[in-house]
Design a protein around this ligand. Structure first.
Ligand SMILES: CC(C)(COP(=O)(O)OP(=O)(O)OC[C@H]1O[C@@H](n2cnc3c(N)ncnc32)[C@H](O)[C@@H]1OP(=O)(O)O)[C@@H](O)C(=O)NCCC(=O)NCCS
Length: 117
């Protein structure tokens, strides 16, 4: 079993957005994540959503040690809001991810059953 964790301030995402705009979004997020982000009405919820995916992908890397293109990984939510990971290029073994936001900080935690992906 492997785990990975990452924490980020939403302000970092805001700064990257201001500096790089769509280049940042298109280079780090999957199409499905961008579609879901746009559904969040408040700007701050969009930032939190993006920060959760950013931290989640860093946590996936820490758990798997696999170099992947972040656009090929989607961290989506099921009908209850629970997040899950979808890799376009790999079969991901049994895993779980959890995300939390509080006062501008976002943390993501990933557990992978084994590391053979
Ligand atoms: C779903 C819930 C847990 C979210 O918690 P929160 O404190 O409002 O929000 P957080 O910032 O900690 O977490 C937000 C993240 O939770 C995750 N989440 C949402 N619904 C979830 C669910 N059903 N299961 C697991 N994770 C969930 C999402 O990843 C979300 O981030 P995202 O939208 O960027 O993907 C909360 O709204 C809820 O329903 N709580 C029930 C509380 C309860 O019954 N407590 C009893 C014991 S005290």
């Amino acid at each position: 079993m492997r785990c990975g964790i990452d924490i980020i301030n939403v302000n970092c995402i805001y700064k990257m957005l201001r500096k790089h705009r769509w280049n940042f979004l298109n280079s780090y997020y999957s199409k499905n994540e961008l579609i879901e982000m746009k559904k969040r009405k408040k700007f701050n919820r969009k930032l939190e959503y993006l920060a959760g995916r950013f931290a989640g992908k860093e946590a996936i890397y820490k758990a798997t040690q696999i170099n992947f293109d972040p656009r090929e990984v989607s961290i989506l939510n099921d009908c209850d809001g629970k997040p899950y990971i979808r890799f376009d290029t790999h079969e991901l073994p049994k895993h779980c991810i959890s995300i939390s936001h509080y006062k501008g900080m976002v943390v993501a935690f990933v557990v992978i059953e084994n590391n053979e992906i």
